[in-house]
Design a protein around this ligand. Structure first.
Ligand code: SAH
Length: 441
């Protein structure tokens, strides 16, 4: 029996001239073509005279099984998807089914994935250049994905200022998802954020509409639409939606003249290497804002600010900091027994702050929690969340220990009472004992 082959072919958005050469070749090679009826129509004359297995919209598993079965009989089978077979297409399902049945590379049948132009590229090309910077694809279909998962991804990407390409935004039975997505995005993004709705790209009935996030609710969006939502820099001009790549950050007026402090071909002044120096300059110039405020200014976890201070020998903005030896964070609590009155500070991350004045003697871990009481007030801190700790000094009186989680966000702080200079010597001893010795250059 000849060797079978399963080719997972992405047909592109629809128009024959948007199909890749390899996709055409694969259809020509195939003895059997399997697919959703509508997609087979896209393949048109390329599949004339072949054995064709047409299946309905929701019969993906059947389509895959049928294709694998044919390939196992030694045939060359094309299983077609619109756009790219690997993007909300048949490729992942086909591999899952094959692997579950014991298939391994080199065995039984060969498998090839033929990439195609996916909807986001096709749709973007019709409205300008809306994907000029970091973007994400999210499907609003809750047929296979629970809504809380979709909602969490929307929120995370909105926070990350990604451009969105929303696949499966709406259908006859699913109208609320797009409105719910819009509500999540409006928590992070301006109402006038540009939006493009592209329907039937490169197919009969192609339609393009430009709107805004605010007005998205009133737009016609269907099963064959992709919704592109801009980031904070996206704009519309002359009927085109553009997301800038960022050249204006480096080059004055896009003329090619490099801005002061920047070098062509090199990382930005605020790139990985330069970023911490920028933080220190900010601390030096601003003189006085709390570390949480500085972290918010740069939109980074507070541990990045502590690291920037610790990295410089002379500190920054009057602050000095040093990381605590990993794994020894809880020893700070023992040391703090000699610090007299301390304030335990907790930030919500949303701007709310709480401080509890207690006696250092009371800093005791009970099981996994640091449980504190001050009069009627109670505070419990889940110690398992502590990722790292830092010592911080500012001016004459301010001495603090910062505990951050694994992401570098503040969990709590311990501050010495600034009116009491006595415990400073105790604090400094703990610092010498527990901090990572600063490496000499
Ligand atoms: N594999 C396909 C995606 C299939 S999911 C791809 O890579 O493009 C189906 C969704 O894709 C639709 O709901 C729509 O959001 C989008 N889509 C597919 N073809 C499209 C087209 N020609 N125009 C606009 N959106 C399209």
């Amino acid at each position: 029996m000849p060797r079978g082959k399963l080719i997972l072919v992405g047909l592109g958005p629809g128009a024959p001239d948007q199909m890749t050469g390899r996709a055409r070749q694969a259809l020509a090679e195939a003895q059997v073509v399997v697919g959703y009826a509508k997609y087979l129509d896209l393949a048109g004359g390329l599949i004339a005279g072949k054995e064709v297995i047409r299946k309905g919209m929701t019969q993906e598993v059947d389509r895959c099984r049928a294709a694998c079965q044919e390939a196992r009989q030694g045939k060359t089978v094309a299983l077609v998807s619109s756009g790219d077979s690997g993007v909300y297409g048949m490729a992942a399902l086909a591999y899952e089914l094959l692997l579950a049945s014991g298939w391994r590379p080199g065995a039984e049948i060969d498998v090839e994935v033929v990439p195609g132009i996916t909807a986001l590229s096709a749709c973007a090309s019709l409205v300008g250049a809306p994907l000029g910077h970091d973007f994400c694809a999210i499907s609003l279909s809750d047929l296979l994905t629970p809504w809380p998962v979709i909602a969490r991804r929307l929120e995370a990407a909105a926070r990350g200022d990604f451009v969105f390409a929303l696949y499966n935004p709406s259908s006859g039975r699913r109208r609320g998802q797009l409105l719910a997505a819009r509500a999540i995005l409006l928590c992070q993004r301006r109402p006038d954020t540009p939006v493009a709705i592209v329907s039937d790209a490169y197919r009969e009935g192609q339609a393009v509409a430009l709107s805004t996030l605010d007005h998205l609710a009133a737009c016609a969006v269907g099963m064959l639409s992709t919704v592109l939502i801009g980031n904070s820099n996206s704009f519309v001009a002359a009927g085109r939606m553009i997301t800038p790549r960022g050249y204006d950050r480096k080059y004055a007026g896009l003329t090619g003249a490099v801005k002061a402090g920047e070098r062509p071909g090199r990382s930005l002044d605020m790139g990985l290497a330069g970023f911490k120096a920028c933080v220190r300059r900010h601390l030096d110039q601003a003189q006085g804002p709390g570390l949480e405020a500085v972290a918010r200014h740069f939109d980074v976890p507070v541990a990045e600010i502590l690291a920037a201070i610790a990295e410089a020998h002379g500190g920054a903005g009057g602050y000095a900091a040093e990381a605590v030896i990993p794994g020894r964070e809880a020893e700070i609590l023992q040391a703090a027994r000699g610090w007299g009155r301390v304030r335990v500070g907790v930030e919500s991350g949303n701007g709310a702050r709480c401080e509890l004045p207690i006696d250092g003697q009371d800093l005791d871990l009970r099981g996994d929690h640091l449980c504190l009481a001050c009069g009627e007030a109670r505070l419990a801190i889940d110690w398992r969340r502590v990722g790292h700790a830092w010592f911080l000094r500012h001016g004459r009186g301010q001495r603090e220990a910062w505990f951050v989680d694994r992401a570098g966000d503040a969990l709590c702080t311990l501050s010495l009472d600034p009116t009491d200079t006595d415990p400073i010597a105790h604090f400094e001893r703990a610092w010498t004992h527990l901090a990572i010795a600063r490496r000499e250059p």
